[in-house]
Design a protein around this ligand. Structure first.
Ligand SMILES: CC(C)(COP(=O)(O)OP(=O)(O)OC[C@H]1O[C@@H](n2cnc3c(N)ncnc32)[C@H](O)[C@@H]1OP(=O)(O)O)[C@@H](O)C(=O)NCCC(=O)NCCS
Length: 186
């Protein structure tokens, strides 16, 4: 009897969590921020270093921490090498956050791989990363009136995070929805 109660409880908890993540992503975030992170995982932000290099192993470890697909060594290496800009947060010798910019280096820029390790989320690090990336992007503008287009594909439920950092949620005006497709050789 006891074991069934436990199984039922685990299933119920997991269902409620999944339901909240899907339907109240913003709310879940706020609850996490105020209750969990706020109490247990305070960190000293002065000890964070912004660096621009990472090994493919650490890159994949960061991806893994937020359930992004893992990249084959050679593909990860090429992705990092061909990025226009990349920034990583290092704390206590560990990479705990990152973002990359890819693009044509002229007009179109795309921000990707925005990651903060789950142990360090909800403490302003995502904002720190995007602000650093935007600063680099602004440094690409050469004269008054110069314009570049900065794109990204928000993960589900993270739109508000990017909204706070100046991004508009598509579709709006005559801008359609962002679209994507994954190609895989089977
Ligand atoms: C998205 C992500 C990078 C945000 O990083 P973070 O360090 O937790 O975010 P921050 O603490 O810097 O949040 C900055 C602001 O956005 C808000 N915010 C962050 N995530 C949010 C969410 N899911 N919903 C609503 N608001 C959110 C914060 O409350 C904060 O607001 P404030 O400045 O008014 O206090 C992080 O959650 C993450 O790595 N997620 C998993 C990977 C992922 O989905 N990446 C995005 C790929 S497109």
């Amino acid at each position: 009897m006891f074991i069934w109660k436990r199984i039922l409880l685990v299933l119920l908890t997991s269902f409620v969590r999944q339901f909240c993540e899907t339907h109240f992503a913003g709310l879940t975030h706020v609850v996490r921020k105020t209750i969990f992170i706020g109490v247990y995982r305070r960190m000293n932000k002065e000890d964070i270093r912004l660096v621009h290099d990472i090994s493919t192993e650490d890159y994949n470890a960061l991806r893994d921490s937020v359930d992004f697909i893992l990249l084959k060594e050679e593909r990860a290496k090429r992705a990092l090498e061909n990025s226009l800009y990349k920034v990583f947060l290092e704390y206590e010798g560990k990479k705990i956050g990152m973002a990359r910019v890819v693009g044509d280096g002229g007009y179109v820029y795309f921000i990707c791989d925005v990651i903060v390790h789950p142990d360090y989320q909800s403490q302003g690090l995502g904002r720190m990363i995007i602000e650093n990336v935007l600063e680099w992007l602004r440094s690409q503008l050469e004269e008054e009136g110069d314009t570049i287009m900065v794109n990204l594909m928000s993960a589900y439920g993270k739109e508000e995070f990017y909204g706070k950092l100046g991004f508009s949620r598509r579709p709006f005006g005559n801008h359609g929805a962002g679209m994507s497709q994954w190609l895989k050789l089977d």
